[in-house]
Design a protein around this ligand. Structure first.
Ligand SMILES: NC(=O)C1=CN([C@@H]2O[C@H](COP(=O)(O)OP(=O)(O)OC[C@H]3O[C@@H](n4cnc5c(N)ncnc54)[C@H](O)[C@@H]3O)[C@@H](O)[C@H]2O)C=CC1
Ligand SMILES: O=C(O)[C@@H]1CCC=N1
Length: 276
């Protein structure tokens, strides 16, 4: 029970913090009274208090009150936030960062003492308990620190440990890919609407097909190519559709999407060719 008696504070109460808080409370691993959040938007703080029954306070008060703090601001705001909370940071704290493109080294550099930092790349499906998260330990991280971070992320889906050198890749894959999946689904839905199917029916059939196909991959452990072959009758419909997808170079487009997003992740840290 790595989260027993732990107070968890979220710094930045936006979409990602909301998804993780929802998962934690749904899992029953922590009570609302053990969860704190801070946000520069008063409206956002009020929303989180109302929705989850958690407490809100300013950044430094949350760090002082918490055993675990989750950094959940945009990369552009991370330096200011770290400068603000540094005086309250201490070696007993576990810092969990979900900030894209920001290394454990970068975060550790703001603190005067060795503070354990875990870098995490979650995704928005955490909101419905189906997140995919990757975690990497910083140099001051012990196994109990990792266990706490893993427990938070596993409350919202699946979580795996990867070497930090793979974090940009993971950011371009599972961190960003919900958006790619929605784009793909939009295309399928429009394709069916074009042929006369109602949008509502097309939406349900598309989303359930994506869910079912993903479940087949996870539950059978088979290579996707084998599962694809199971659908594909010689001379049938599927191979006709696959031919169109291959003509559009779907697989190379998807590979490029992961690479472009990973490249952008590597540029997000302040001072690293950041565009914003
Ligand atoms: N949205 C996504 O799909 C994913 C986002 N992430 C990462 O999670 C982090 C948060 O992203 P989102 O939740 O999507 O952004 P968001 O914009 O929804 O939330 C950020 C929140 O931080 C607040 N904020 C800004 N400066 C602050 C400060 N100094 N102190 C306290 N609060 C402050 C903002 O008011 C906002 O509510 C980002 O670093 C992003 O890279 C990681 C994985 C997936
Ligand atoms: O687009 C972004 O930068 C963030 C990180 C991964 C998903 N959303």
């Amino acid at each position: 029970m790595p989260l027993r008696d732990q107070k968890i504070g979220f710094l930045g109460g936006g979409a990602m913090a909301e998804a993780l808080i929802a998962g934690l409370l749904r899992s029953g691993l922590v009570e609302p009274a053990s969860v704190y959040a801070s946000d520069i938007s008063a409206a956002r703080q009020e929303y989180l208090e109302q929705k989850f029954g958690i407490k809100t306070a300013d950044n430094s008060s949350v760090v002082s009150a918490a055993d675990i703090v989750v950094l959940a601001v945009k990369p552009q705001a991370i330096s200011g936030l770290l400068e603000e909370i540094a005086p309250a940071a201490r070696p007993e704290l576990t810092v969990v960062s979900v900030v894209a493109g920001i290394s454990t080294d970068f975060i550790e550099g703001f603190f005067k003492t060795p503070v354990p930092v875990v870098r995490v790349m979650p995704n928005t499906p955490c909101l419905v308990g189906e997140g995919a998260s990757a975690l990497s330990p910083g140099k001051f991280c012990s196994q109990p620190n990792m266990d706490k971070a893993l427990a938070i992320l596993k409350a919202s889906g699946q979580a795996v440990v990867v070497d930090e050198s793979m974090m940009d890749c993971v950011t371009g894959l599972s961190g960003s890919a919900p958006a790619y999946m929605y784009l793909i689904m939009e295309g399928f839905i429009d394709g069916a609407v074009r042929l006369g199917l109602s949008r509502d029916v097309a939406r349900v059939l598309t989303a359930q097909t994506m869910l079912g196909s993903a479940k087949m991959v996870l539950e059978t452990g088979e290579h996707p190519a084998k599962l694809k072959d199971m659908v594909t009758t010689p001379g049938g419909t599927t191979i006709a559709g696959l031919y169109a997808l291959e003509e559009g170079a779907l697989r190379s487009v998807l590979m490029k999407a992961v690479a472009e997003a990973a490249l952008r992740s590597s540029q997000l840290a302040p001072g690293k060719n950041s565009k914003t």
